[in-house]
Each structure stands twice: as structure tokens, then as C-alpha cells.
Design a protein around this ligand. Structure first.
Ligand SMILES: Nc1ncnc2c1ncn2[C@@H]1O[C@H](COP(=O)(O)OP(=O)(O)O)[C@@H](O)[C@H]1O
Ligand SMILES: [Mg+2]
Length: 428
């Protein structure tokens, strides 16, 4: 019996309240729960099935909103505890409901979210960490195994979709993917239609995979995604992908942001207007999606990045020559002492206490600030040394009614209206 069938069977058991699905990043947990949700829809085991993505930096409000959206109601309450009470009440009204919590990294406070403990309310969670599944009180835990070499090979061939020119080489490349679908997908797409030299080179890169320095990730996955990134056809594709790192995990990234950021920084060749830049970005996004480096977002105008791809891309973006500083996670990573080499900074605080003021960033070209209050004075100080700044994005930032005077006029393509380019702040 497949895992999907087994989990579905266990969910029918009245005694079971919580089930965990665990496995390595990129092994197929999210895909599996989506499949289970589809299966359940036909079986009428639950009156409602809702799904929320928890991710590395759990944001209770986001989880509450996602569940409410799926149940088609809106909160009038402004506080977390108020929303928790409301959600609790709403969930108690439903006789049989399944709440799927995807990508749980730490123990969650169900009461704080508003998830009740009545028998008809079941929880299915996924995590990379077995301990988390246990700690949350899962009565049954399913571990998703990596693909066997045969399954891996079948998937590789399916992705390429036509007879392979170098089947032996392709088999060896597949074996380097550690049975993880995400690695197989990205590598297969990066190499299809490529000459033998490119295959040889990729095999060598995968075999000598240096540890990816992300402890929660399989090194093979890291090098597979790096391998796919390295083989993107243009710097424009690479830049477009790296811009997607500026947003939090599991974020629906408005493609328009990529347009403005890329255009503002002059990333695109032969583009004379923002319309042309927009066309370019949509075609770059399309290419990245076909390589499995980006995923569909909630609409045609949004895209998403798989959490694993994002982790690798952040590592790449942090290094030379890109030099991004990204702080979108609650996880305390601390602050660097020196800022003078950064070209791009994104600060989206979720429970971050202090944001450094007075950053000395002479090379900074792009500053994205989101969801925080800044005084005009602190913005002025913060932007003082930013002589190269081309794009300033203040998204849902309060406390500011005009561009920081220390900036003067932003640099950038000369036919750009700076304010239009730079500020998309609902408060202005
Ligand atoms: N059994 C499978 N066969 C083919 N592709 C798969 C399979 N499982 C997952 N994938 C693909 O692999 C990628 C990673 O899967 P995902 O479910 O997001 O992994 P996880 O949630 O464990 O990180 C996705 O693009 C998905 O479409
Ligand atoms: Mg997932």
C-alpha cells in the first residue's frame, strides 16, 4: 500500500488525532499531503480539510489567516489571542475537520493558534524532524523514504521525456541525487539537451559535492541545486532567481517586485522601458519554473520558491559577487559588524527586536524594508551612506511620509521616476 493510502486509512480511525509525516527536505512531503487532501475530497471523511504552511519561522497570525481563508471567514479581532478565540469557536462548530500543517520545525502552541482539542478536529503535520513529530504528540508517524535507484532513474527519464543521448552518464548523474525528487528534477532539467561535456562537468561537480553548510539539508540536494543554478543560461536568469530570496519562506512573491527591482538595478539588456523589463521578467520566470527553480504562486502575477531552493539560493546570494543580506526569519542570526560590501539588503522582521540603525553601506543598490515602523529620522540616518542606492522599497512600513532626505534622488535609469520606482508603501 502506498504512503498516501496508508495515511488516508489512518485518518479514518476515530482514535487517531494527530499524524506526522516526516522526511528530508525535497523528499516529497508537501506533494504527498496535497495528494492526500485530493484523495480525502472524494472520500467524504471530513467536512472540511484546511492547510497552512508553518515554515521555519512560524508566524501565528499567518497560520490563523490561512486557516480562516480556507474556511471563508475573516477576523474582526486585531490581536492574536482574539483571533485564536474566534478560530477556536469556528473550528468547534465543524464536526469533522482536518488541519494540515506543512513544514513544522518547532513545537507549536495549538491553543495560541486556536486549534481545539476536540475529537473531530484532526491534525496532519509534516516535518523534516522526527523529534518534532513526536514532541507534538503524533500518534502515528510516517517516514517518507528517498526514492530507490530504480525509482530515481524512472523519474529522471520522465522529466527529460525523450530518449537520453548519454544514458550511462545520466544514470551516474541520477545516482548522485541521493533519491531526492527535488535534486533529480532540477538536475534533469539543467542537463536536458546539453552536450556530453556539460554532463561530464555536472557529474564531476555532483561527485565532489562540498558540504553545503546548511545543517538541515542533504549535501547532495545542495549541490544539485547549485549545479542547476550554475547551468542557467544567462546572468539575467540568475539575478531574477536571487531576487526571489529577498522574501520570506513560502511567500507569494509579486512578479512586479522583480520587475521593479531588476529594472531599477539595470539588470536587463536591451530594455528601454519598464514594459519591456516586465516582459523580460515574465519570460525569465517562465524559464526558471520550467527548471523547477520556481513554483506557481497564488495567481498568474505571483510565484513561489521551494524552501530548499531558497535556502541554497540565499547561500549563493550571500557570497561574492552578489553580497545580499537577508533577514526575514524569526531565527536569530545576529547582525554583521560591517556592512560595507553589501549590495542588497532585505529586512522583514518577524519578532526581530532590534534592527541596526545607521548602516554604513556605500555599495548598497537595493534596500527592501517591510512591515516595520521607522521614524523619518532613523530612516534618514540609515540611508545616509547609501550613495549607490538604486531601489528603495518600503512595503507596509509605517512612520514615514516621504523619502529620506539623505538619499537625495535615487540613482538608476535616467528615465525613471524615482518615487514611482522606489516606494510602494501603502501608508504613503
Ligand atoms: N514521488 C514523486 N515523484 C515525482 N516528483 C516528486 C515526487 N515527490 C515530490 N516530487 C517533486 O519534488 C519536489 C519536492 O517535493 P516536495 O513535496 O516539495 O518536498 P518536501 O515538501 O518534502 O520538501 C516538488 O517539485 C515535487 O513536485
Ligand atoms: Mg515541503
Amino acid at each position: 500500500m502506498t504512503h498516501v493510502n496508508r495515511v488516508t486509512e489512518v485518518l479514518k480511525n476515530e482514535e487517531v488525532r494527530m499524524i506526522g509525516i516526516c522526511g528530508m527536505g525535497g523528499v516529497g512531503k508537501t506533494t504527498m499531503v496535497k495528494e492526500i487532501i485530493k484523495r480525502l475530497a472524494g472520500l467524504k471523511v471530513f467536512d472540511n480539510v484546511v492547510m497552512a504552511v508553518v515554515s521555519q519561522s512560524p508566524n501565528i497570525q499567518k497560520i490563523q489567516l490561512e486557516i480562516a481563508e480556507e474556511l471563508s471567514f475573516k477576523y474582526d479581532e486585531n490581536t492574536e489571542s482574539g483571533r485564536a478565540r474566534r478560530l477556536h469557536g469556528r473550528l468547534m462548530e465543524i464536526k469533522r475537520i482536518l488541519i494540515v500543517l506543512d513544514d513544522v520545525w518547532t513545537e507549536l502552541d495549538f491553543e495560541g493558534i486556536g486549534i481545539p482539542s476536540h475529537k473531530g478536529c484532526k491534525v496532519l503535520l509534516t516535518s523534516r524532524n522526527l523529534e518534532v513529530c513526536n514532541a507534538m504528540g503524533s500518534q502515528e508517524i510516517f517516514t517518507i523514504p528517498v526514492l530507490t535507484p530504480e525509482e530515481s532513474w524512472e523519474l529522471f527519464r520522465e522529466i527529460v521525456g525523450k530518449p537520453l543521448d548519454y544514458p550511462d552518464l545520466a544514470k551516474r548523474v541520477t545516482n548522485e541525487c541521493a533519491g531526492l525528487p527535488i535534486a533529480i528534477l532540477t538536475v534533469a532539467k539543467a542537463l536536458e539537451n546539453k552536450r556530453k561535456h556539460v554532463w561530464d562537468d555536472a557529474l564531476k561537480q555532483l561527485q565532489s559535492s562540498a558540504p553545503g553548510s546548511i545543517s538541515s539539508m542533504n549535501d547532495k540536494v545542495y549541490s544539485s541545486i547549485q549545479c542547476s543554478y550554475d547551468r542557467l543560461e544567462s546572468d539575467e536568469e540568475k539575478s531574477c532567481l536571487l531576487l526571489c530570496c529577498l522574501f520570506p519562506e513560502d511567500y507569494d512573491i509579486p512578479i512586479e517586485y522583480l520587475v521593479r527591482y531588476g529594472w531599477g538595478r539595470g539588470y536587463f539588456s536591451n530594455t528601454d522601458s519598464v514594459e519591456e523589463a516586465r516582459n523580460r521578467v515574465y519570460s525569465l520566470v517562465d524559464k526558471l519554473q520550467r527548471r523547477f527553480l520556481l513554483l506557481d504562486g497564488k495567481s498568474e502575477e505571483h510565484i513561489k520558491m521551494h524552501d530548499i531552493v531558497r535556502d541554497v539560493a540565499i547561500q549563493i546570494a550571500s557570497r561574492e559577487p552578489h553580497r545580499f543580506l537577508i533577514r526575514c526569519d524569526a531565527e536569530k542570526k545576529g547582525w554583521p559588524k560591517i556592512y560595507d560590501h553589501y549590495t542588497t539588503i532585505s529586512l522583514i522582521p518577524i519578532n526581530i527586536d532590534e534592527i541596526p540603525v545607521g548602516l554604513d553601506c556605500p555599495k548598497l543598490e537595493l534596500l527592501h524594508l517591510e512591515g516595520e515602523c521607522y521614524s523619518e529620522n532613523s530612516m534618514d540616518i540609515m540611508c545616509k551612506g547609501m550613495k549607490e542606492l538604486k531601489v528603495l522599497a518600503l512595503v507596509d512600513v509605517c512612520g514615514i511620509s516621504a523619502l529620506p532626505s539623505s538619499l537625495g534622488v535615487l540613482k538608476g535609469p535616467s528615465n525613471l521616476v524615482p518615487k514611482w520606482l522606489s516606494v510602494f508603501n501603502r501608508y504613503i
